[in-house]
Structures are given as C-alpha cells and as structure tokens.
Design a protein around this ligand. Structure first.
Ligand code: IMP
Ligand code: MG
Length: 184
C-alpha cells in the first residue's frame, strides 16, 4: 500500500503532502534523546512534565528510553489563537498534582515555534522553586525564535511547514499517525 493510501485510510480521506520523519527516524532519535537525558541528570528527583495533548506519544516513547528513576505528570495549557498561527496567551487548565519544589523538571513539548508557550510555562513553573527547569522538544522551528538556553534537548530542527502526526494535530486530527508529515 502506498503512503498516501495508508494516510487516507487512517484519516478518512485527508491526505498529507509527504512524510518528513518516518517511524524509524523518530525511534532512533528518541533513543538518543533518552540516553542524553539519562546522562544529563546523574542525581536528584526528576519529574518529566508533558504538555498535553501534543506531547503524549513522544513522552510515552521517550520515558521508556530514560534509564534512571523519574516521575511523570502532565500540564494542560490552552493557547488562545486560531488556525495554524499560535498566539501569545497561555492559560493553565490542569496543574500538576506532583510537588515541583526541589525536583529537576523536564518539560516535554511536541514542537517549539515562536517559543511563547514554553517561555510562559517556564516563568510560571519557576515560581514553584524546582531544582532545575529544562525543555525537551521533539521538534524546533529554530528560525522562529531567538536564543533559548532552556531548550536543552531537541529531536529535530523542523522545516518551515505545518507538521502533523506522532501527537501533533491540525484541529485535533492526525495525532495518531505513527510518523510526522507535512500538511497539504
Ligand atoms: P509557540 O508558542 O509559538 O512556540 O507554539 C507552539 C505550539 O504551537 C505547539 O505546542 C503546537 O501545539 C503548535 N504548533 C506550532 N507549529 C506546529 C506545527 O507545525 N504542527 C502542529 N502544531 C504546531
Ligand atoms: Mg497543538
């Protein structure tokens, strides 16, 4: 079956332009990120904090590649905006139940675009007095934002396209695709 036929079957008729990162490329890079995270946090409590919903597949693959103790929680933030342009405002809809104080916090995100979402979340979480605060993003549209020292772990630099699959959505569709594709 061609890639397009498989996509159409999974999406009910909405096609993508091309596959940008296939399953093998994602799995290989996630293993490398897991090893880097294992090496980066030799001691202390590590809390992996996934930003829902986009990070759910990436996070579940990533934590299985981290070979040290860790805990997992999630945050739900809602950005006000329409279409594929992300806006500056972020609202927290679910607050982590786990205590953040004194822990290494690793925020896991699907894609960093302008960086506004992550900057606002970092500012908010810094107030909880964690031991350290860093970001792991599967994808980074690096040319869209300036220097970002807290963005410590990056899977891939993203091409200037709208990407879907492996957790990333367009209007809630396409999240379940096992690869990352660019939209028509
Ligand atoms: P930022 O606040 O501008 O960095 O936008 C980040 C958020 O925008 C991510 O959490 C995604 O939800 C969304 N986003 C940005 N680019 C893409 C894309 O190419 N595909 C899917 N979602 C995207
Ligand atoms: Mg999204």
């Amino acid at each position: 079956m061609s890639v397009h036929a498989e996509v159409l079957r999974r999406t009910g008729g909405r096609d993508v332009k091309s596959i940008v990162f296939d399953e093998a490329a994602l799995a290989a890079r996630v293993r490398e990120l897991g090893a880097a995270i294992t090496a980066a946090y030799p001691d202390g409590e590590l809390l992996v904090l996934g930003l829902l919903k986009g990070s759910f597949i990436f996070l579940s693959d990533l934590v299985r590649c981290v070979e040290r103790p860790l805990q997992i929680d999630f945050i739900v933030a809602s950005s006000y905006g329409r279409g594929t342009i992300s806006s500056g405002e972020v609202k927290l809809l679910y607050d982590p139940e786990t205590k953040l104080e004194g822990k290494h916090i690793l925020l896991v995100e699907d894609i960093v675009d302008s960086g506004n979402t992550m900057r606002r979340l970092l500012a908010l979480l810094a107030g909880r007095r964690p031991k350290s605060l860093a970001i792991c993003a599967l994808l980074d549209k690096a040319e869209k934002h300036g220097p970002f020292p807290d963005l410590k772990f990056i899977g891939f630099e993203a091409p200037p396209a709208f990407l879907v699959g492996y957790g990333l959505d367009h209007a809630e569709d396409f999240r379940h695709l096992p690869f990352i594709a660019d939209l028509m």
